[in-house]
Design a protein around this ligand. Sequence first.
Ligand SMILES: C[S@@+](CC[C@H](N)C(=O)[O-])C[C@H]1O[C@@H](n2cnc3c(N)ncnc32)[C@H](O)[C@@H]1O
Length: 256
Amino acid sequence: MAPKDRGFERAAEQLLLDLYIAAPGARLRVEDRRKAAEVGALCARIRGLLPSRGTVAIVDLACGQGYAGIAAAHLVGSRASLVGVERSRERVQRCVKVADELGIEARFEVGEVASVPLPDRPDLVISLHACGDATDDAIQRLISLQARSALVIPCCHARLAGATPECFAKHGVLRRRWDVLRTDARRVLALEAGGYAVTVAQLVAPTVSPDNILFECRRIGPSKRATRARDLLVQAGGFEPPFTGPKPAVLPLDDA
Ligand SMILES: C[S@@+](CC[C@H](N)C(=O)[O-])C[C@H]1O[C@@H](n2cnc3c(N)ncnc32)[C@H](O)[C@@H]1O
């Protein structure tokens, strides 16, 4: 796991608070503080993943208003080149405005994570709470782009095929946790099968966000681990990466 860079963490938090909070001295909303803490914790990990020289290509998938990608690019400085992908035109306009204000070399595409043209072998792919199918699309995409590293904070979980053990099936809350764990375990296997060494960690405290699992990924290419993960993945859900089978339906958030 990349060592934490507390300087980057604090700088990212401050940047978000400065950029996205309307008036100086305005009271911060709880969600702004939470988002700043998440992005700060994410940015604390990036320096250890990036090359020390040359251009640093960063891709932010399902970037929303651009918090994570813009903060990362700003902290990397003039070497950074950012591409953000987001289906909402309005959010993309916001990203363009903020990146321009900061003088970041950036391009934002209105479109789908699965299909927008992107540069091969980016240095870092970020996917922070990409909702609906977008976390799985982002995983598939970063594998096919052969990203050198990735920070994925998964969101939205699916009810997978296969029997749910009776003790879980009987109780809604347990069943949901079972589905969440299985979905995330399958995602990790997909990343490993796709050629990544993955560290799973807690990004922030659950009180900041319940979706607080981080997959920190470094590309290592074909390996015994990848072969094993592929076998486990097929056993676990019958999926061949990159997800050629039908996607499972995404669970509603309140399905407990
Ligand atoms: C929960 S928000 C997170 C935004 C941002 N990453 C952040 O953490 O602030 C999820 C974003 O993903 C976008 N999105 C969802 N599915 C997408 C897809 N398939 N392609 C592009 N954007 C998508 C939504 O429009 C939304 O802005």
